[in-house]
Design a protein around this ligand. Structure first.
Ligand SMILES: [Zn+2]
Length: 409
């Protein structure tokens, strides 16, 4: 089965000056009890299909050295579904089962290209369980007015649209077409659906950096004292409600220690903690969406430090605050929002000494320590705010990089 890749389809669209754009839309679902049951059955059936195809592929390979193809397996699988013993497979969305098979093929492809380890079987007990299904002949729909979605075999399900979603959808409608949907159940009791959306857009015009005025460049220094500080001297704080939620989380975790493992109260508290984790993640995402939107709307070129977040998180003391600051996600949001708006993001190397360089005379102050929030340049006498100076340097370094590059799209 040959599915056209995005790259192939983009090559077909390019002569018309067009390209594909993908984005995700995630909504909270409120299924009724019958739908809940159906969702769990489909999750189970998709997992069964995945594991079954994987085990058959392994078996065929070990016995004959051949590859069991998707087409061959699907034929056999469909015959199996007709057998009374396996009739429960028919009760769930067939596209979900097909997608599970495709996921096995994808996992093997990634294995053979060296990206991943050998595919593993899916286990039942995980805090997050999901299945994916694909759009075929209008079987997946979103009704913004009614705040419902339609999914195969489930019918209409209530969804909760956030204020942001409602605003966006009212303004622009649903951009593009729904390609697939992933239904996720969290052990906290929450159901989500994520749509993969696809839109055909115009190819971007190449950016000529030399024509962009200096004031349209912005450098951001992501930090711990503030969420970020920009080269214009603007300081954005970490939100306080996030700190509050984290405090609450620490409290609950301490309470959990005093409960006997496996008891009713233990499980109840565990569920509460799981819920709070999700709440914090959502709070953080909302904050990052709003801040990244502002940065992208207000500037043409955004310059960021390519901080090695993963490496830094290993340092335990800083870990909490870094994880909470959500820098990695912030960069992802800025990058894709900029790409949609045909704006440019430049990353400067994390070993570039942004803090220690005087932005006035470009002398490196090797005596500067992490605790110096303000300092005076020993060479030229300029007084610096540590973070503002750093973000100015990041901006300059980004401009230097961009001006030395050929035109880029
Ligand atoms: Zn200086």
């Amino acid at each position: 089965m040959a599915r056209k890749t995005t790259k192939q389809r983009n090559e077909e669209l390019a002569p018309d000056g067009k390209q594909l754009r993908h984005y995700g839309l995630k909504l909270r679902m409120e299924p009724n009890p019958i739908q809940e049951k159906q969702i769990h059955q489909t999750i189970g059936n998709a997992r069964f299909t995945y594991n079954f195809y994987l085990s058959k592929k392994k078996e065929v390979y070990q016995l004959t050295g051949d590859t069991l193809t998707y087409g061959e397996f699907k034929k056999a699988f469909n015959r199996l579904k007709d057998h009374p013993y396996y009739s429960w497979l028919k009760a769930s969305d067939k596209f979900a089962l097909e997608t599970a098979m495709e996921h096995v093929d994808d996992a093997f492809e990634r294995f053979f290209s060296g990206q991943n380890k050998f595919p593993k079987f899916k286990r039942k007990h995980k805090s997050k369980q999901s299945y994916s299904t694909k759009e075929t002949n209008g079987n997946i729909k979103l009704n913004i007015e009614k705040q419902t979605i339609q999914l195969p075999k489930l019918g209409e399900i209530k969804v909760r649209l956030s204020k942001n979603h409602r605003m966006m959808l009212k303004e622009t409608g649903l951009k593009g077409a729904i390609k697939s949907a992933t239904v996720t159940y969290h052990s906290s009791g929450q159901y989500d659906v994520s749509f993969k959306m696809e839109e055909v857009t115009h190819l971007k015009e190449p950016v000529d950096a030399s024509k962009i005025p200096d004031e349209s460049f912005i450098g951001l220094d992501l930090g711990l004292t503030h969420f970020y500080i920009d080269s214009n001297g603007k300081k954005v704080e970490n939100p306080h409600y996030l700190k509050k939620s984290l405090h609450k989380l620490a409290l609950l975790q301490r309470q959990l220690k005093n409960k006997s493992i496996g008891s009713h109260n233990y499980k109840k508290l565990q569920k509460k903690i799981s819920k709070l984790h999700l709440h914090i993640a959502n709070q953080r995402k909302d904050f990052l969406h709003i801040e990244s939107r502002k940065v992208v709307d207000e500037n043409q070129v955004i310059i960021l430090e390519d901080l090695h977040v993963k490496g830094m998180i290993r340092n335990k003391k800083l870990a909490r605050s870094i994880a909470d600051a959500g820098w990695g996600l912030f960069k992802t949001f800025i990058t894709y929002k900029a790409s949609w708006a045909n704006k440019t993001v430049v990353f400067v190397n994390r070993f570039f000494a942004s803090s220690k360089l005087c932005n006035g005379c470009h002398t490196k102050n090797i005596m500067l320590s992490l605790s110096d929030r303000e300092w005076i340049c020993p060479s030229c006498g300029t007084k610096h705010d540590r973070d503002i100076n750093a973000s100015k340097n990041i901006k300059e370094e980004g401009m230097r990089i961009l001006h030395s590059l050929p035109l880029s799209a």
